[in-house]
Design a protein. Structure first.
Length: 267
């Protein structure tokens, strides 16, 4: 038992030291988000030090979010030094009215269902048909969500993969996209569940991927998080990948986002 305690303490100390001096790669990026619901902007702003209002896009308000950039002990806030990810959070109804050239300019499209699953599958097929290969892979990346609440929860609670310095993240956008984003011929959708730290999800063999946001106080142990992620992984089929991150939060809980194959494809 004493050996386990010592090993756990060493693991956490190694982890803390590893992240003291290494900046997360995703912090080099900013997000330019178009979204009809302005409450999303306020929630997302907690992850970024700079927020600016932009020209509306397709009658939707737009904000750009980016971190402070440090140069020789001075803080630079120049948006010109940020690599932007153009992102849209839209419904299936909105998607039908957005010109194709606008969709093709996006790096990430988060689209959620408001009608039937059959209609949503057809809409998702239409959006993914706009994807093209570029030097960094397929874009736009298309995230399909079961409903508006799940889509907004994901965008707000994930920080769109560029968290503040108070958050330790085990993944970045390069890890997230292949697992959660849909590509041509492989359309998936995301659902969500909030778990208390002690709870486990029900066994579900239909899940293809999971992203966990483990929330707790500053004393939340990295060792605990990895143990919990391993236990949760046992609820799904072998080979399902688990992405995780840690967020400093007043409550002790886990937000789990489950990725499944889109139903009614080809209907």
């Amino acid at each position: 038992m004493e050996l386990m305690k010592r090993g756990r303490k060493m693991f956490d100390e190694m982890f803390d030291e590893m992240f003291q001096d290494v900046e997360n790669d995703s912090m080099e990026y900013g997000v330019r988000l178009a979204c009809a619901d302005e409450s999303v902007f306020a929630a997302l702003a907690q992850y970024y030090s700079q927020v600016e209002e932009c020209e509306p896009l397709c009658n939707m308000p737009v904000r750009q979010f980016y971190p402070e950039l440090e140069e020789e002990n001075e803080i630079s806030t120049s948006a010109e030094e940020v690599a932007w990810r153009n992102t849209m959070l839209i419904s299936d109804v909105q998607a039908a009215g957005i010109p194709l050239e606008i969709l093709q300019q996006q790096d990430v499209i988060c689209i959620y269902r408001t009608g039937s699953e059959e209609d949503f599958a057809a809409c998702a097929e239409g959006v993914t048909a706009q994807q093209e290969e570029d030097g960094d892979g397929i874009r736009p990346a298309v995230f399909c969500f079961a409903d508006a609440a799940v889509a907004k929860a994901y965008v707000c609670d994930s920080g769109v993969w560029a968290p503040s310095s108070s958050q330790v993240v085990g993944t970045n956008l390069d890890d997230v996209l292949p697992l959660l984003a849909s590509t041509k011929g492989d359309i998936r959708y995301i659902s969500e569940k909030s778990l208390l730290w002690e709870e486990m999800p029900a066994v579900d063999r239909s899940v293809q991927g999971v992203q966990l946001i483990c929330r707790g106080a500053k004393d939340l142990s990295m060792f605990e998080v990895m143990e919990k992620a391993e236990a949760i992984a046992a609820c799904f089929s072998e080979g399902v990948h688990i992405l995780w991150q840690i967020e400093i939060y007043e409550k002790r809980e886990i937000l789990a986002f489950f990725v499944r194959e889109m139903p009614h494809m080809g209907a």
